[in-house]
Design a protein around this ligand. Structure first.
Ligand SMILES: [Zn+2]
Length: 503
């Protein structure tokens, strides 16, 4: 059968339009309001839009058929930084983006010329997406169309923000954020290439004394300080000697750069090659033991401080690297002989030197063996959930590993034997402008206090009352409520609403 689908489509779109089929006013029927994440107009309509808005449309039509008075409005999300980034690139004459606009999106030259103004980009793609939605036959009441920068909508945002502030859920303070050093703006998922949420972890820095200097090492397990036998440096790395808030530190160049964003005052003094540190000794804080500095290839300058403490009884990488060294480097033989793993954690089912057991279980070949990651995860989680500190851990003896991290961290920091370093877990994260993102401590900034416990509880209760389809994604919502913490809610640039109390 030969059917002209196109003609049928046009006929019904015209009829719906003439009959004002989807224009809704209050009446005696029970009402339903349909809302859906507004499209961000930085590109034409794409397949993701097709999916998202078709679901909302099907839902609207279904409810109308069941006799409800259904209002389906549509908004356009002008607020945010991606459009800003595009405008800057167009203004700079960036060939890649201009070619994309011309050849992929088929934007006429006369319009591209105006795109150095962010609002022109938003307006252009707004119309393009709207045309697509009309062609799709979505049952939207187009009298109720708006953008997030319309004055009326901005009043709504102001009300929302003021209400949160009254409830003390918007706070001012210093908090870490994902940050684009080029744009000087906080970044979240929607600002990064590949839509990656910059995710970061707090590491504890443990300060080893080396001559006049401090060699800090980053760890998630400060308790293992009691089991340190040596430090690892990469002999091929040239480290920086820097003044950090008055102290003299030795760290990798990448680490010095990270520290600067973490609100520390950095002053470069000199450089020192990793190879120059080899065989020398550093002093462990608190216990004042002298330990040697050895070479290892798994030490990366971009991770932590670029220097690592070695805990061979409880860290498979360290155990294996020491074993490799014994085979490969006769030069260190004497020093190596004096090194014995120091066992500090007792875990049900694991013996005296758990890292050795795990390396044997995983049949680790050498320190470049990819299975080491898995071996490490396995051991860390066993020790974290089931481990107890032994008698050689001073006042922490007998405590569970899962409870002790903050106590040890504070014990070190209070005596200036420790500090913290924030690291991106998913580095490199790139901003849409192309720059590599960092973690920055934002001072004197406004934050939504998503870390607030009472708010999390309320949100969880609300979520429990919601129906979620498909059911399987419910844990994802709970997961996000769980990890969300303070989030910057004000930017220096961008289309949007000004903070009512701090314009
Ligand atoms: Zn950027």
């Amino acid at each position: 059968m030969d059917v002209d689908w196109h003609a049928i489509e046009q006929k019904w779109r015209k009829k719906w339009n003439e009959a004002r089929e989807f224009e809704t006013d209050p009446n005696s029927k029970e009402k339903k309001f349909i809302t859906v994440a507004y499209p961000y107009p930085n590109s034409p309509q794409h397949i993701g839009h097709g999916r998202t808005y078709t679901i909302a449309d099907v839902h609207s039509r279904f409810l109308r058929m069941k006799g409800y008075n259904v209002l389906f409005p549509m908004g356009f999300h002008y607020t945010g930084t991606p459009i800003l980034g595009m405008a800057k690139r167009v203004e700079a004459g960036d060939k890649e983006i201009i070619d994309g606009l011309k050849n992929i999106y088929h934007v006429p030259d006369k319009d591209i010329k105006t795109f150095s103004e962010p609002i022109k980009i938003a307006n252009y793609f707004h119309e393009e997406i709207k045309t697509g939605m009309i062609e799709m036959g979505y049952s939207i009441d187009w009298r109720r169309e708006f953008t997030t920068i319309d004055p009326v909508y901005q009043k709504f945002i102001e009300w929302q923000i003021n209400t949160l502030k009254e409830k003390n859920l918007i706070i001012q303070g210093s908090h870490p954020v994902g940050w684009c050093p080029k744009d000087q703006n906080p970044v979240s998922q929607h600002d990064t290439l590949g839509d990656v949420e910059p995710d970061f972890t707090e590491y504890i820095l443990i300060k080893f004394q080396f001559e006049d200097f401090i060699i800090p090492t980053a760890t998630l397990r400060p308790e293992t300080l009691f089991g340190v036998t040596n430090l690892w440096v990469n002999p091929g790395t040239v480290y920086k000697k820097v003044k950090v808030n008055g102290e003299k530190w030795i760290v990798s160049a990448e680490c010095a750069n990270k520290l600067e964003f973490l609100d520390k005052k950095i002053e470069e003094i000199d450089e020192i090659a990793g190879s120059e540190l080899l065989g020398k000794e550093a002093k462990v804080p608190k216990t004042n033991r002298d330990i040697p500095i050895f070479p290892a290839t798994f030490v990366k300058s971009q991770t932590g401080t670029g220097i690592v403490m070695s805990v061979p009884a409880h860290a498979p990488f360290d155990y294996q690297a020491l074993k490799d060294l014994a085979h490969r480097t006769p030069y260190f033989a004497d020093k190596l002989r004096s090194i014995q793993p120091i066992s500090i954690i007792k875990t049900e089912g694991l013996g005296e030197v758990p890292a050795k057991e795990i390396c044997e279980k995983f049949k680790i070949r050498d320190q470049d063996d990819p299975k080491l990651e898995e071996a490490t995860k396995d051991l860390y989680s066993k020790e974290f959930y089931g481990g107890v500190l032994k008698e050689n851990t001073e006042q922490f003896a007998g405590k569970k590993i899962s409870d002790v991290k903050d106590d040890i961290k504070n014990w070190l920091i209070d005596a200036k034997d420790g500090d913290v370093l924030l690291e991106l877990n998913n580095a490199p994260v790139r901003c849409r402008c192309g720059a590599e993102c960092v973690v920055k401590i934002l001072t004197n900034q406004w934050f939504l206090n998503y870390g607030d416990k009472a708010w999390k509880e309320k949100a969880t209760k609300c979520l429990d009352r919601m129906s979620v389809l498909p059911q399987e994604i419910r844990p994802e919502f709970n997961y996000v409520i769980g990890w969300l913490r303070e989030r910057a809610c004000a930017r220096q640039h961008g289309l949007g609403t000004k903070l009512p109390w701090d314009k």
